[in-house]
Write a protein that binds this ligand. Structure first.
Ligand code: PXG
Length: 294
């Protein structure tokens, strides 16, 4: 059976799920989205994802015509329709159809889409051995333009960096901001370890404040590990003892080489492995049940 996709209150088989070519999400990248995961019948940090979606919509003055609770139901119902327990969920809210001018006032009804499907991870080998990444020449959009805290439908900044990674033959690219401070990767936040302490860039550097990042910070606090949200440079990454990335798609993955510099001893470090396994445990014990009575 074809997967069932939610479009504006109805479910359609994948082949029939369509939006207008006049949709401003398509014409202008005018909208917001979320990438969410379900593990073993439960949706991980669903409320945090929904909050971020509504905050982004507020930032671009897009009134979502559903309450947060109704949106949560859309996600859960999409998973149920597709009989999924482990899934990747994509919520997309666009400005909706309008005319060929960019004025959002001409768009009367936002488009709401929810897709739930299986996901393909990085190969297991990369989680065990760690990633090699490069620094992109493309800089992060400055927060005074389109703030990176909004998960907007315009990801060209990240895609430009991803193209650089592709050209270099590596899976990810590190993105700096205009002041040369490390921001994040194309779809992941970054952590480094120095002298047993965790360091991750603060939101004002220009990052998407990741749900996975927040989980790592909170777990570190509970585990008594020192965690700092502070700016650092590429040099600090080169000379870090350990490095890892976090994101809904990637979960948490070690980095062992940056711009040809070996990080630490070139193997995933002890604190990285500790945080990866803590995240796995946390995932098992957290989440909104998809199916009642579970
Ligand atoms: N930074 C950026 C720019 C992101 O897009 C993250 C950090 C991590 O945030 P979360 O909340 O997921 O821990 C993201 C999220 C993809 C894909 O297809 C990317 C993301 C989410 C879903 C899918 O590569 N990025």
């Amino acid at each position: 059976m074809s997967i069932q996709i939610y479009v504006n209150g109805e479910f359609f088989p994948k082949e029939e799920a369509k939006v207008s070519v006049f949709d401003h999400g398509f014409l202008y990248g005018d909208g917001v989205f979320e990438g969410i995961r379900a593990y073993d019948g439960r949706v991980f940090k669903l409320n945090q994802h929904i909050d971020r979606l509504y905050d982004g919509a507020k930032g671009i003055m897009l009134d979502i015509p559903l309450t947060k609770q109704e949106m949560i139901e859309v996600v859960l119902e999409t998973l149920r329709r597709n009989e999924l327990r482990d899934a990747y969920i994509r919520l997309v809210i666009s400005r909706g159809p309008g005319d060929l001018g960019l004025d959002p006032q001409k768009c009367s009804k936002p488009t709401i889409i929810c897709i739930a499907d299986k996901i393909s991870l990085y190969p297991e080998k990369m989680y065990k051995e760690g990633l090699e990444i490069i620094t992109a020449a493309t800089r992060r959009n400055p927060p005074e333009g389109v703030n990176a805290q909004m998960k907007s439908l315009n990801y060209l900044n990240n895609i430009m960096a991803k193209i650089e990674a592709n050209l270099a033959g590596v899976p990810e690219a590190l993105i700096l901001n205009r002041e040369d401070y490390v921001a994040e990767c194309t779809g992941d936040n970054i952590f480094i370890v120095k002298h047993g302490e965790l360091i991750t860039p603060p939101p004002y550097v220009g990052i998407l404040v990741g749900v996975t990042r927040n989980s790592i910070i909170n777990m570190a606090k509970v585990m008594g590990i020192h965690i700092h949200e502070r700016v650092f440079t590429r040099h600090d990454v080169y000379t870090a003892d350990e490095c890892f990335l976090t994101g809904t798609a990637a979960e948490a993955i070690p980095v062992v080489k940056v711009d040809g510099r070996v990080i630490g001893d070139g193997k995933p470090g002890p604190l990285t492995l500790k945080m990866l396994s803590a995240l796995k445990n946390h995932i098992k014990n957290e989440g909104t049940p998809i199916y009642p009575n579970e």
